[in-house]
Design a protein around this ligand. Structure first.
Ligand SMILES: [Zn+2]
Length: 56
């Protein structure tokens, strides 16, 4: 009985992180699919410079 209750609780608490991951993933795919490629490149380039990563 106690194991059954624990399993149901774990399944309920796992729903929110899964939905968060699904929404985040779909959002990233939608964002990267619709944004201009040059804008993505510039953003990645700026992050590379800001973090001190060797670039050019
Ligand atoms: Zn650079």
């Amino acid at each position: 009985m106690a194991t059954q209750t624990k399993t149901a609780s774990a399944a309920r608490t796992g729903f929110v992180p899964v939905m968060f991951a699904v929404v985040l993933g779909l959002g990233l795919i939608t964002l990267t699919g619709h944004v201009q490629a040059a804008a993505l490149h510039d953003a990645a380039h700026d992050v590379r410079h800001a973090t001190g990563f060797p670039c050019h």
